[in-house]
Design a protein around this ligand. Structure first.
Ligand code: KIV
Length: 270
């Protein structure tokens, strides 16, 4: 590490010494607050649900990812920033995948992109990494496959699923990904994948055996109230703090306690 932003090489060497710390970020102030404590900030397509109130992540698009990616890159200086390729921008062809990845990297200045899928998108990952863009894989529960969180399902529960996960990890690794997000996978399978992995595995609902962890920041701070998955640990209740502040403000405005003299502008003294 040279004192600047973490690189793919730093990320991989850190994973051999301690667990990788990563969180999602979509906005400038949150990126700035998280940056000193994270190795990786993910501008996830969960932004569509968390900030825009959509039912799933399928509503995210390149323009949305670029807008939030730019804000996060420009207000962080330590963590690697990776931006999700949104639904519909890489699955159909290698050319489209490379075009989308290049656009996101060029317009945001992020370090890399994340794509959801294993064997099915091996050639897309290979094409993007061959174009010199680092790729973070994502296997297991793939939110882009569903239009609603109620359809989300944990995987790895039988031998066929466990075997498929192993094949997906192998495909993503062979295609040149520098790491992989493992989402919603039962513990024994996640543990076995972590033992066999040749690149760092970042878990979300995939147990402590992974080489690092990621959570959606709004879940972690208790700001996103629509849906709290079992694997989330809430470290704060920001929604409660916001409500209390709004309630106190409302009372002050109505009773004319706010603004008081200290909040007013006065004529210059002669
Ligand atoms: O979009 C996202 O926030 C993600 C994380 C949940 C890993 O993909």
């Amino acid at each position: 590490m040279t004192g600047g932003r973490l690189t793919v090489a730093d990320f991989q060497s850190i994973s051999k010494k301690r667990k990788i710390v990563s969180l999602t970020a979509y906005t400038a102030p949150v990126a700035a607050a998280l940056d000193p404590y994270c190795d990786l900030l993910l501008v996830g397509d969960s932004v569509a649900m968390v900030l825009y109130g959509m039912q799933g992540t399928q509503g995210a698009n390149i323009e949305m990812m670029v807008r939030h990616g730019k804000a996060v890159v420009s207000h962080s200086s330590n963590a690697m920033v990776v931006v999700d390729l949104p639904y519909g921008t890489y699955e159909h062809s290698e050319e489209l995948a490379v075009k989308s990845a290049k656009e996101i990297i060029k317009k945001t200045g992020a370090c890399g992109v994340k794509l959801e899928g294993g064997m099915a998108i091996e050639s897309q990952i290979k094409s993007i990494t061959s174009a010199g863009i680092p790729v973070l894989g994502h296997i297991g529960l793939l939110p882009q496959k569903f239009s609603n969180t109620s359809e989300f399902r944990i995987t790895g529960r039988d031998e066929i699923e466990a075997d498929q996960l192993q094949k997906d990890l192998e495909a993503v690794t062979t295609a040149g990904a520098f790491g992989v997000v493992l989402e919603g996978i039962i513990e024994p399978v996640a543990r076995q994948l972590s033992i066999n992995a040749r690149i760092p595995l970042i878990g979300i609902g995939a147990s402590v055996s992974c080489h690092g962890q990621i959570l959606v920041t709004d879940d972690l701070i208790g700001l996103y109230a629509d849906f709290t998955p079992k694997f989330v640990k809430k470290y704060a209740n920001v929604q409660d703090i916001i409500q209390k502040a709004a309630q106190a403000y409302s009372a002050d405005v109505i009773s004319q306690k706010f603004p008081d003299k200290s909040h007013c502008f006065w004529p210059d003294k002669k």
